[in-house]
Design a protein around this ligand. Structure first.
Ligand code: NAP
Length: 279
């Protein structure tokens, strides 16, 4: 049976999702397609409901990860915990929302052999930061949001972390300090193409970090990762997270799993595809 999937978002511009999902569907021997559906915010609810009647599933990206929630019949797992959906399965029992970003994040760290433990420092307090902070707290980490640009958003995020993991430590550092950091997580767009000279952390912070994960996948080596590696930290970029969250969505839709070496190949190919399509 031919299966139809799409990505809902706005604006979508150059998205790697069709490339990734078509490759994953080929690996899983699923006959189908994956398209981009750029929906104007003014008509999101009507268009999303209409689209969900025509597809087998979809992914959801900025700015609709929360807006989709009331349109769905139910949420499962991390989507219910975070009230944020990036994957929808259209089933005989209705529309079900999932969140595979958390799975993608955890797998990306595992693949880079970076443990999620100890003192975690977070840059940013938006969507990706929420997933990172909650997953770190659920793993028993002490989470510190580092010098947030928006203090109120950081306070809301800390409250969210304590809801999800009531015994977790989540605090905000408004000034520089000298604490040793096990893992620094960048969940801001600072350093993303085309602003590749920008770096969200200074050397004073980076020299105290044992490991650094950057959610950004374009460029492959951000200025943050370059400087962190130069100061001796273990580093990982965001492409593995992007690929692993897509693979986790395919698993939900089709019940398929992927071999680790196929995922490794796809991560490398996705970097190449990105260099071509964003050139
Ligand atoms: P978001 O919800 O818009 O959050 C961005 C956060 O970064 C906000 O806290 C924002 O603060 C902060 N920020 C923005 N510009 C800043 C600056 N110049 N200096 C300091 N802080 C700044 O976005 P998101 O969805 O979390 O995405 C964040 C990054 O992660 C993006 O680069 C995105 O591409 C990447 N990402 C990657 C993956 C993956 O699979 N690899 C998945 C999700 C996201 P304000 O509130 O003050 O604006």
């Amino acid at each position: 049976m031919y299966a139809s999937f799409c990505l809902l978002g706005h604006p979508l511009g150059h998205s790697l999702s069709p490339f990734l999902h078509r490759r994953l569907m080929a690996l899983a021997a699923v006959d189908g397609d994956y398209t981009l559906q750029d929906i104007d915010p003014g008509v999101f609810s009507e268009d999303a409901v209409r689209l969900l009647k025509t597809v087998n599933g979809c992914n959801v990206t900025i700015p609709y990860k929360q807006a989709i929630v009331p349109l769905l019949d139910r949420l499962e797992g991390k989507a219910a915990l975070y009230q944020t959906v990036n994957t929808v399965a259209v089933t005989a029992d209705g529309t079900v929302g999932y969140n595979t970003d958390a799975e993608g994040f955890l797998q990306a760290l595992r693949r880079a052999d970076i443990p999620l433990q100890g003192r975690v420092r977070l840059l940013g307090a938006g969507g990706a930061a929420t997933v990172f902070a909650c997953e770190a707290a659920l793993n028993g980490c002490e989470v510190t949001i580092h010098k947030p640009r928006n203090l109120r958003a950081a306070e809301v995020l800390c409250a969210r972390v304590r809801d999800v993991a009531p015994h977790a430590v989540c605090r905000i550092a408004t000034e520089d300090d000298d604490e040793a950091i096990d893992l620094l997580l960048n969940a801001t767009p600072v350093g993303m193409h085309p602003h590749t000279e920008d770096c969200p952390a200074d050397d004073r912070l980076l020299t105290r970090c044992a490991a650094v994960f950057d959610a950004i996948y374009n460029p492959r080596t951000t200025r943050l990762l370059e400087r962190a590696a130069a100061s001796g930290a273990k580093t990982a970029g965001g492409m593995a997270m992007l690929v692993c969250q897509a693979a986790a969505a395919q698993t939900l839709w089709h019940g398929v799993t992927f071999r680790a070496d196929d995922i490794d190949t796809l991560i490398e190919d996705a970097y190449r595809e990105m260099e071509v399509s964003f050139a």
